[in-house]
Design a protein around this ligand. Structure first.
Ligand SMILES: *Cc1c(COP(=O)(O)O)cnc(C)c1O
Length: 410
């Protein structure tokens, strides 16, 4: 075996394809692609933990400073993973990205990598359960002070962000009641005191996210959701400036071990190819489902940010240009009626993922948010009849018929 002589196009005959003028759909197909000497069409899975150096001197040089397309160990760099990082960074509009083993590795990595004992963080209260655990249990255990606010209330953000606040964190659309946090307004408040803005934008999807243009400094995704889009693999990603990603996040992730595997990155790369088409089709179907359900006497409320009745419909249009792919509705009759409804569904599956090609219903009060005290469920609007629906890629008419059959079974 002769290693590629240095200076010649070695294992990778072409650097990553990157053209910032490309439009989203083109970027989703081509951005970041790297090809080996075989010129393979599809992105290769570099299922390798390490890389062979042509000499001891080359190994030394790479450990001092790796070149732009050089890797050392898959925990902090692999060609397939880097393709995915380059592609998602282009879509999000950030300089760089770091791919992680799950969405939670991304949330905890983004926060813990930059925080230390004595720092102050402000966070919205309506969070995904595990995000709440990171902020409420983990960070405070290590001496970080966390203030929780009602994410919708700008006055609360203004009061909580004080000079010295290190970071603010929020999910731009809350789970499961789909309340929006105004990214532009909260970023302005946070930047006024010098805080870094970290947004978990899963519910907005990377397609409807304009978080960076609206002021966010760091955007995290669970790629398990829309980016995979077929419910196959766990993954996550942190998007930000090159200084933040390579200077703050990478050293932390590299030593604590929450990186994405090359096989997962390959799944996510393939998911990205159809991400725009899928998110738009799902959002269109979600809007049709929401309109069909709105006003139904068996429901006490239908929550969809694309409906005029949503109290933040204007903000949704401004911030996302879409109502998104998720909706929620409250079944009159509470838990028993909600369960009868769910059990009667044929197409729509009972599960707790979202952003999948398969439509999914969730009963938050007894599953994802089961462990919250009743008082907190009430504060968050998680009533016994509340159903969360992640709209998939099925025909909207079939979904509406399935939902109607479910409602008839109440
Ligand atoms: C699913 C989800 C996460 C966690 O992602 P995993 O990939 O399951 O670890 C974090 N935040 C939000 C908003 C999510 O929906």
């Amino acid at each position: 075996m002769t290693p590629a002589p240095s200076g010649l196009p070695g294992f990778l005959c072409r650097g990553p394809e990157m053209t910032k003028e490309w439009k989203t759909r083109t970027q989703l197909v081509h951005e970041g692609s790297r090809r080996s000497q075989y010129g393979e069409m599809a992105e290769a899975i570099f299922l390798t933990q390490g890389f062979v150096y042509e000499s001891a001197e080359a190994a030394e040089a790479r450990f001092i400073k790796p070149g732009p397309d050089e890797f050392i160990y898959a925990r902090y760099g692999n060609p397939t993973v880097r393709m995915f990082e380059d592609r998602i960074a282009a879509i999000e509009g950030t300089e760089d990205a770091f791919a992680t083993a799950s969405g939670m590795a991304a949330v905890s990595g983004a926060l813990t990598s930059m925080l230390r004992a004595g720092d102050h963080v402000v966070s919205s209260r309506a969070l995904f359960g595990s995000c709440l655990y990171i902020l409420e249990e983990v960070l405070t255990r290590y001496g970080v002070q966390v203030t929780f606010v009602d994410g919708v209330d700008l006055a609360e953000w203004r009061a909580a962000c004080v000079p010295g606040t290190k970071a603010v964190f929020f999910e731009s659309m809350s789970n499961p009641t789909l309340e929006l946090v105004d990214i532009e307004a909260v970023s302005a408040i946070a930047h006024g005191v010098g805080a870094i803005v970290v947004v978990d934008n899963v519910f907005s999807t990377p397609i409807f996210s304009n978080a960076v243009a609206q002021g966010a400094d760091v955007v995290v995704y669970s790629t398990t959701k829309h980016i995979d889009g077929q419910g196959r693999a766990l993954g996550g990603v942190i998007c930000g400036t090159r200084d933040f990603i390579r200077g703050v996040v990478e050293p932390y992730m590299k030593h604590t071990g929450g990186s994405m595997s090359p096989f997962t990155a390959w799944i996510m790369l393939n998911g990205m190819v159809t991400l725009d088409l899928r998110c738009r089709a799902m959002a269109e179907a979600a809007a049709r489902v929401a309109s069909a359900l709105e006003g139904d006497a068996r429901l006490t409320r239908v929550i969809y940010p694309g409906l005029y009745s949503h109290p933040q419909a204007d903000l949704a249009a401004r911030q996302m240009g879409s109502g998104g792919t998720m909706l929620a509705f409250d079944i009159a009759g509470g838990k028993d009626a909600a369960f009868r409804f769910m059990n009667a569904l044929e197409i729509i599956k009972i599960s707790n993922n979202l952003g999948d090609a398969k439509s999914i219903v969730t009963h938050p009060a007894t599953t994802t948010h089961q462990r919250l005290p009743e008082a907190q469920k009430a504060v968050l609007g998680i009533t016994p009849g509340l159903i969360r629906l992640s709209v998939g890629l099925e025909d909207a008419q079939d979904l509406i018929a399935d939902l109607q059959a479910g409602l008839a079974a109440i």
